[in-house]
Design a binder for this molecule. Sequence first.
Ligand SMILES: Nc1ncnc2c1ncn2[C@@H]1O[C@H](COP(=O)(O)OP(=O)(O)OP(=O)(O)O)[C@@H](O)[C@H]1O
Ligand SMILES: [Mg+2]
Length: 419
Amino acid sequence: MKIRSHNVSAVDIGTTKTCALIAEIDWENKIPIIKGYGVVDTKGIKNGTVVNIEEVSETISKASNIAEEMADTSISSCYAGIGGDHIRSMNTQGMIAISRDARTGLGEAREIEQDDIDRVIEHTKAIPLPVDRQILHVMPQEFIVDEQSGIRNPINLLGRRLEVKVHLTTYSTTVTSNLLRCFKNANLSIDGFVLQAFASSYGVLTANEKEYGAILIDIGSGTLDIIVLRNSGIYHTGVVNFGAQLVTSDIAYLLRIPPESAEKIKISQGCAFAGMVDKEAFFKIERSGNRPAREIPIARLAQYIEPRMEELLHEAFMEAKKADIPLSNIPFLVLTGGGSLIRGSEELAESIFKIPCRIGNPIGFKGYEEELNNPMYAAAIGMLKYAIDDNILQKSVQKTSQGWLSKTLGWIKNLTEIM
Ligand SMILES: Nc1ncnc2c1ncn2[C@@H]1O[C@H](COP(=O)(O)OP(=O)(O)OP(=O)(O)O)[C@@H](O)[C@H]1O
Ligand SMILES: [Mg+2]
């Protein structure tokens, strides 16, 4: 089969950095091949929410212009990450009769078609929502055909009744209207919003982890994005409204140094697990004039960092516990996001979650692998991988006229047009 290529772009606006990616898609292998990337410091975002429209618009423009120049192409639309504590999530379900008998309510069993899946998923959306809330993702966990549960794909199965359990996320339209305005100012329309935690799971998790069960925590600068998966379905998504920036501000405060120096020290000398550091080791902080440099024990720095990282991970743990499944059934814990790079974070997380932990770098992409091989890019690369599924789904649902995805995309287009 010939490889068909098609450009897809993604923009992940983080609290500290914004990453724009342009990729060609290798449809045969379902892999994004990155042609250009732009990473710039973010201005105008606080805890995942726009606080300054002009600054965010300029941030998006800068990042996408750099990516466009590198890829030698221009883009007019992109997938965009969405996060922040305005996101709400819930597990819910829907049920439909596959065939109806006027007398008994249920008719003869027949083969389940895509249209039935679309209908039952549509049913799950029939929940009362405040006027300023919209549905972001509806993620199927399992289908139940008659009495048979645990079905991932019910197509062509015979049944009378189809049920689906889903994880549903909603967002505040006020918050997204601001975000949409920023993209519009940067001359970009939105192909789709992707929940940041969901994007990161696409970016770093292996098929085995999704299947057997994983908790993924994206430790960003201003937020922690948490997602719990099992049987390749999503059981919980959540956001904690603070992140690794707090570690930097603690260091700045406790060592009485500017945040920029604290950031450098955190990256070069920091450790989140005090038990791991050499008790004899020191690092130096230069002083102005001819005064001798300050010598700080690395163990002391670790004692400053550990309680804050413990607090962050404990909050993530409490969030993960809201999943409808016991965490004792989850065999994998994965940390990603820039904040996971602090030495000792795996060990500390293991001690809190009591689950073996690894750091998740982005996987399953080509082009600039070395440059983008960093947990900071988990969400951005994940968005491209989500886009591949999205496009495939989009085409398959287009065939069956009005699929649930085309409807989901419909509201994004409507919203864009309103702006
Ligand atoms: N090598 C490193 N060691 C320790 N910390 C690091 C390292 N590299 C980056 N960080 C930290 O990671 C954080 C930035 O991570 P990331 O880029 O994932 O955040 P973001 O996406 O901008 O923010 P958010 O997702 O919260 O909106 C910063 O706090 C930074 O100090
Ligand atoms: Mg981030």
